[in-house]
Design a protein. Structure first.
Length: 612
């Protein structure tokens, strides 16, 4: 929301925070830097951020509230998922019949307001609040989790231990040494089979349906959802069961359970996933779905035999994809413009590349959400179907019965689609079909596993795709990674000359600076000697100073010059060099761009993208 500078000046002078003569100088600086007066006052330390918010609230007529001492009702607090609340500093604190009051640090964050409105279906009433109020409210997520889940799990574990020991004494769940899964008569401990218990399928089913283990798994799953975990690892060790969550791409210990609880936990997950309870020597894959706080979440389950028992990994897949935008994912500037241009075509290919877990599928679904209009027919072939989308025909690959990407795509083309998404191009047949589909009037979206955007070309040629077909079909290639975002307590600093020279070894800082100026992130006369970066500061909301993730990208347009290079069979490095001459930021350079914006740190960019 735009604040009238004259109103702000009068309010600042009346409050006595800044002298009138000094305020005129600050105003001139804000005009020169092309920044709002309020931002210049805060950055210069003349007024605090909270004082500025109070003035905003007064000028705009928005209520200013303090919720630091309030005990928020968890049912209302959890209407906004914790990751969204932390990333956008938005808290639900009061719900009426058809409206929801939210506390914010920036009521101009329309993307956050729109997201909450779509998710809840309620009228959103923004209120400004203080930084301390926001921190206090965010801490209540953690307090609620501990109160609701930690104690429950420990109580149920205590109940279950006695039951498991009783059953284990009869069926081998826990031997005389108290260690589950070890059969004394099995021979050498070097044999994997010696660590697989002989509990019958019927006994395992009884364990899986016992009330304590049902409550443990239910609370464990809800805990993971609220923590924003992408994966749950349940690992059988020699003397304990370790449960870890992957949050923001990093694994964190969540809790440790007694060893003899392991078979019960695994059996319960197998029951939910419709897997074979008595099969402990072969890997199994399954899936199930739960609803938590009005959100449908699918769990993709993998069970794998290990030395001390079965390890279970569950991937959490949020089925509601509404509310995402390309800007929300981290696209900006020329790259964002190229993507929008590519989606305006009725034929051709849009490719996303990167390793597993780099956000490729989320990017494709966001593009589908943009393209999903009543006048087009969208069909997909996926393995697995990670998100369900309205008005999109989604087909799950089932290789065991012959339904592969290639056969599914071949059948799809008889369904009169306008837009096709192929989950992954893995082989020559799928690649050829995708290219032919894009040549015959279809817009095709797909993914490849390559390290860079330019690397997609030799990868497709290696799949026996003809270069003349590639230049006729590929519109853009997006390469991406995910980096952790800094929490709100980040610390600002300026790089030394030595640090800048070291950074230049990895990237073209001049190109990054031009992009920053073009997008008005820094002033036109700024240089690296006065451009701030940020470093993580651990606080109550994040142990390592990071919370959430954002994408870093490179968007390669296959223009005339690059088409000629592909036809001549030049190396991917030369293609990338040409794309950079045409204005493409590499992933590392895009990371530096986002570090200047305050989204992440240079150390995080070096960790994720320096090897690319």
């Amino acid at each position: 929301m735009i604040i009238d500078p004259n109103q702000l000046k009068k309010l600042v002078v009346d409050s006595g925070l800044v002298a009138s003569s000094e305020l005129d100088e600050i105003e001139q600086k804000s005009i020169k830097d092309n920044k709002p007066l309020g931002e210049t006052l805060v950055n210069g330390g003349k007024i605090s951020a909270d004082d500025y918010r109070r003035m905003q609230a007064y000028i705009l007529g928005i209520p200013f509230i303090d919720i630091s001492s309030q005990k928020l009702e968890f049912a209302v607090l959890s209407l906004i998922p914790e990751p969204i609340a932390r990333k956008h500093n938005i808290i639900a604190f009061r719900k009426r019949d058809d409206s929801l009051e939210v506390a914010m640090l920036d009521t101009a964050d329309l993307s956050a307001i729109n997201f909450v409105q779509k998710k809840t279906g309620l009228k959103i009433l923004p209120r400004l609040t203080t930084t301390d109020s926001m921190k206090s409210a965010l801490i209540q997520y953690q307090k609620s989790l501990k109160a609701d889940f930690g104690d429950i799990i420990q109580q149920q574990v205590s109940t279950l231990k006695g039951y498991n020991n009783k059953v284990g004494g009869m069926n081998g769940v826990a031997g005389s040494n108290g260690v589950a899964g070890v059969n004394p008569s099995a021979g050498s401990t070097d044999s994997l089979e010696g660590h697989i218990d002989d509990t019958s399928g019927e006994d395992l089913r009884k364990l899986a349906e016992d009330l304590p283990v049902v409550r443990i798994i239910d609370t464990l799953l809800k805990h993971a959802i609220l923590q924003g975990a992408s994966d749950i690892h349940i690992e059988q060790m020699e003397n304990e069961v370790v449960i870890r969550y992957r949050i923001d791409g990093m694994l964190h210990d969540a809790m440790v359970l007694p060893k003899n609880i392991g078979p019960s936990v695994t059996a319960r997950i197998k029951v939910l996933s419709n897997l074979k309870l008595d099969e402990k020597r072969l890997p199994q894959d399954g899936r199930f779905k739960i609803e938590s706080n009005g959100e449908n979440v699918s769990f993709r389950v993998s069970v794998l035999p290990t030395y001390y028992g079965e390890k279970t990994v569950m991937r959490l897949l949020r089925e509601n994809m509404t509310g995402f935008t390309l800007e929300h994912l981290g696209f900006h500037g020329k790259g964002l413009e190229l993507i929008h241009q590519a989606t305006n075509y009725s034929e051709g290919m849009i490719l996303t590349t990167g390793p597993t877990g780099s956000g490729k599928t989320t990017t494709l679904y966001t593009l589908l959400d943009i393209l999903n209009q009543p006048d087009v027919n969208i069909s997909t072939v996926e393995d697995p179907v990670e998100y369900q989308m309205n008005r999109v025909n989604q087909t799950q690959v089932k290789s065991d019965i012959g339904l592969t990407f290639a056969s599914g795509l071949r059948s799809l083309l008889r369904q009169d689609p306008d837009i096709i998404m192929v989950g992954e191009i893995r082989d020559n047949e799928t690649a050829s079909l995708a290219i032919n589909a894009s040549l015959t009037g279809h817009l095709v979206l797909s993914t490849l596993h390559t390290n860079s955007a330019a690397g997609a070309i030799p990868r497709l040629i290696d799949m026996k795709c003809e270069p003349f077909l590639l230049v006729s079909t590929i519109r853009i290639i997006i390469a991406q990674r995910l980096v952790r975002e800094l929490s709100s307590s980040k610390e600002r600093y300026i790089l030394t000359k030595e640090q800048l020279e070291s950074l230049r070894k990895y990237t073209d800082l001049d190109m990054v600076l031009r992009s920053l100026k073009e997008e008005h992130i820094v002033a036109d006369d700024a240089d690296w000697s006065n451009i701030p970066f940020y470093k993580p500061v651990p606080d109550k909301e994040s142990e390592d100073g990071y919370k959430g993730r954002v994408g870093i990208h490179e968007v390669l347009k296959v223009g005339a010059t690059i088409k000629d290079m592909i036809m001549k069979g030049v190396a991917s490095d030369q293609i990338q060099d040409q794309a950079r001459k045409e204005g493409m930021l590499t992933m590392f350079e895009d990371g530096i761009f986002k570090a200047v914006e305050g989204h992440t740190s240079i150390e995080e960019i070096l960790r994720v993208a320096s090897s690319e």
